[in-house]
Design a protein around this ligand. Structure first.
Ligand SMILES: NC(=O)c1ccc[n+]([C@@H]2O[C@H](COP(=O)([O-])OP(=O)(O)OC[C@H]3O[C@@H](n4cnc5c(N)ncnc54)[C@H](OP(=O)(O)O)[C@@H]3O)[C@@H](O)[C@H]2O)c1
Length: 233
């Protein structure tokens, strides 16, 4: 599968890209600037060299301008600040086609417009992911995921100790994204229900950032008490 990461030059997008490339996926780093995308791709190829599934194969990361990256991908992962969310999706619209899955990891943090990183902004549609669902062409499925997964942990070696809650109105698309999430060592992916639940998941990130500031760490979430198969579907 080819995955395009829009905003993949930032810490969150590049961290996800590195983990998926190490798992053997083909990843395209997207950026507003093609050269910046290529530079990030080159760094990730160097960082992930010889680590694909523990074998000596090279990881496959390339870089391109956001729209071109989306055109050649089956899955598009959005990792940009909320301040650019609506504008970016409007700009990408002509490059998106029915059957693609758009995964939104965006958190509407107040920090994206100069406020606090421990507060979120009110979004008319309910969440960034629901805003995305209004802006993509018909036939593109929106899935909310990875909002609580710290970039710092993604860039470290070894497994992360986090659950990823996946919300979507398209069950098949959500299943594909849970499978992709599980390719990151240490991640358990959970069915978080409908896309409207993304509102709750996005809010959790502001809480986690507060923990990180107070305790000087990199927190994540684990959901306990469910039957084991809930973590594995
Ligand atoms: N960092 C984390 O630990 C973390 C964890 C979970 C979720 N998230 C969420 O994931 C998203 C990305 O986080 P991040 O820390 O990687 O963000 P970031 O570094 O602020 O931005 C990521 C990339 O987005 C592009 N970008 C910046 N402003 C833009 C705009 N106005 N319009 C379009 N593209 C723009 C930039 O790429 P180019 O300049 O190359 O285009 C930048 O490298 C955010 O919504 C954040 O809340 C982050």
């Amino acid at each position: 599968m080819t995955i395009a990461v829009v905003g993949g030059t930032g810490p969150e997008g590049s961290g996800l890209a590195l983990r998926w490339a190490r798992a053997g996926e083909t990843v395209i780093i997207g950026s507003r600037d093609r050269e910046r995308a290529s530079q990030t791709a080159a760094k990730l190829n160097q960082a992930g060299h010889g680590e694909v599934g523990g074998s000596a194969r090279a990881v496959q990361v390339s870089g391109d301008e956001n729209k071109a990256a989306c055109q050649s991908a089956e899955m598009i992962v959005l990792t940009i600040p909320f301040s650019g969310h609506a504008e970016t999706l409007k700009d990408l619209k002509p490059a998106l086609r029915p059957g693609q899955v758009l995964v939104d990891a965006t958190v509407p943090l107040a920090a994206s417009i100069g406020g606090r990183s421990t507060r979120t902004l009110g979004v008319w549609q309910g969440s960034a992911a629901q805003q995305a669902a209004e802006l993509v062409p018909q036939g593109v499925s929106v899935v909310a995921a990875f909002e609580n997964l710290s970039a710092e942990l993604l860039h470290r070696d070894g497994p992360v100790d986090c659950d990823v809650i996946v919300c979507s109105d398209d069950k098949a698309a959500a299943q594909k994204v849970r499978a992709l999430a599980r390719k990151i060592p240490g991640v358990r992916a959970l069915d978080g229900g409908k896309l409207e639940n993304a509102r709750i998941v996005e809010q959790i990130t502001a809480l986690l950032i507060g923990f990180n500031i107070r305790h000087k760490g990199h927190s994540g979430i684990r959901i306990t008490g469910l039957p084991s198969e809930s973590y594995d579907i």
